[in-house]
Design a protein around this ligand. Structure first.
Ligand code: FMN
Length: 443
């Protein structure tokens, strides 16, 4: 229900209310057109004010001249400086939009709508009968309900997450990306002790993606808990990717991370770039199940198990971790690869081999998500080479309930938000009401 419904009930408010309701609705689709509605909405409100406030109306012969009325001293006194500044800003935005002087960003639209909300609240307080403060939440409006979802108890604004190791701890991206729109950030892998990572060249570009052998460089669980988590915990769903050298280490990490601010734990049993990076657990069904069970025993948080594509039968591992209690399965991690420098005859990467990610791995990832979806009941977070909304749709159709974007963040830090916009458009065009309607719908 619209935030302005209360105003609509009163015929006097109707003019203003209708414009505002429309602005709110349209804002969900296009920032620019909602700003166009800001000016008429404000004008209507100001006119209404003058007509209903006897003091303001005194000696005014021409209430149609709204701008002059806004400049009037009694109006200025009535609405107060701060609010007046906002009304002016809002009107200026509307003016510019109407005359097409400027292209507007979503941020401009948010500012504009917030200003309108403030003015509506003020009108309520001054003139509304049975005034009860209403909560206007622009964030709520900006997160379309089409994409809202819930995965193993974690409420997500959208089913688009960022993949571990490609998005730091999220905070590094807050100037470029609207983090609130993400379903969560799967943070860089955390190990029991700090790690410096591998030596030498650690990343090289490939024709459709990249090879990396970072080697799980991270500050260790203690620094993560004391310094990093407090900074990021209220900004998005924090999903902590962990890796240990033994079953016990996975269990201990899960226990340490069973704290406020952690939405879920993702077990990285699939890093191909270090000896103790979990891949020995991820390529053996029995070991994968043991690690999963150890983590489950030590935490109340949902446990997501991240599978390696470097196996013959992915469904065997998926079944094993589900039976051991995994709440969710994510896949795929990188595919083992290698590049040789033909001039030096040496491997390009310091670690000799590395993990292949990006566009090239997408068909492998879609195939594996599809196969796993046939044999497990737990939700799947699909990833591997997603660069666009169209790519993401393939994963949903294959059976993923959410997707994570990795390598594409390097080329375009805002790619996740663009994918979210693209998914909304896709659902609208198809007349669908929720992303859930396409999960596993491959024919
Ligand atoms: C530079 C880099 C670092 C990564 N670090 C991790 C990591 O720490 N833990 C993990 O589980 N996966 C890690 N991954 C794998 C990604 O999370 C993801 O599973 C994989 O890259 C496939 O997705 P993409 O093709 O969209 O990148 C890393 C990938 C890259 C490219």
């Amino acid at each position: 229900m619209s935030n302005f419904a209360f105003l609509k009930e009163k015929s006097e408010y109707a003019l203003f209310a209708n414009d505002c309701i429309e602005a709110e609705e349209i804002l969900k689709k296009s920032a620019d057109s909602s700003i166009k509605l800001a000016r008429p909405a404000l004008d209507a409100a100001i006119k209404w004010l003058y007509l209903h406030d006897k003091k303001l109306f005194q000696n005014k012969t021409n209430p149609e001249n709204l701008f002059a009325l806004m400049e009037d001293n009694s109006f200025k006194i009535a609405v107060g400086k701060n609010l007046l500044r906002k009304i002016h800003a809002c009107r200026k935005f509307g003016n510019a939009a109407i005359h097409n002087e400027k292209n507007f960003s979503t941020e401009d639209a948010v500012t504009c709508l917030n200003n309108l909300f403030d003015f509506v609240q003020w009108i309520d307080m001054r003139y509304g009968e049975n005034y009860a403060p209403r909560i206007f939440d622009v964030d709520e409006i900006f997160t379309s309900s089409l994409l809202k979802t819930e995965i193993c108890g974690i409420k997500m604004n959208t089913p688009v997450l960022t993949a571990s190791g490609t998005f730091g701890f999220g905070e590094e991206f807050e100037d470029f990306v609207d983090l609130k729109r993400l379903g969560g950030v799967m943070v860089k892998c955390i190990t029991p002790k700090p790690r410096a990572g591998n030596k030498g060249v650690r990343i090289t570009e490939t024709p459709a993606g990249m090879l990396n052998c970072i080697g799980l460089e991270n500050p260790g669980v203690e620094i993560f808990l004391t310094e990093i988590l407090p900074r990021i915990k209220n900004k998005f769903n924090v999903i902590v990717n962990i890796s240990g050298g033994s079953v016990e280490e996975y269990g201990n990490l899960a226990k340490l991370l069973d704290v406020d601010g952690v939405a879920a734990i993702e077990l990285n049993i699939s890093c191909p770039n270090v000896k103790d990076g979990g891949i020995i657990f991820g390529t053996n069904a029995k070991a994968a199940a043991e690690v999963t069970a150890a983590a489950k025993k030590n935490t109340k948080k949902p446990v997501i198990v991240k599978l390696s594509p470097n196996v013959t039968d992915i469904t065997e591992i998926a079944r094993a971790v589900e039976s051991a209690g995994a709440d969710c399965i994510s896949l795929i991690n990188t595919l083992m690869g290698m590049e040789i420098n033909i001039h030096t005859w040496k491997p390009t990467l310091g670690n000799i081999t590395g993990g292949l990610s990006g566009g090239a791995v997408k068909p492998v990832a879609v195939r594996m998500v599809y196969q796993v979806a046939q044999v497990v009941k737990v939700p799947i977070i699909g990833m591997g080479g997603i660069r666009s909304a169209e790519d993401a749709v393939e994963f949903f159709l294959a059976g993923a309930s959410a997707v994570a974007v990795g390598t594409a963040n390097f080329a375009n830090p805002n790619v996740t938000n663009e994918i979210i916009d693209g998914l909304e458009n896709y659902l609208r065009k198809k007349n669908l009401n929720s992303i859930k309607e396409i999960v596993g719908k491959i024919k």
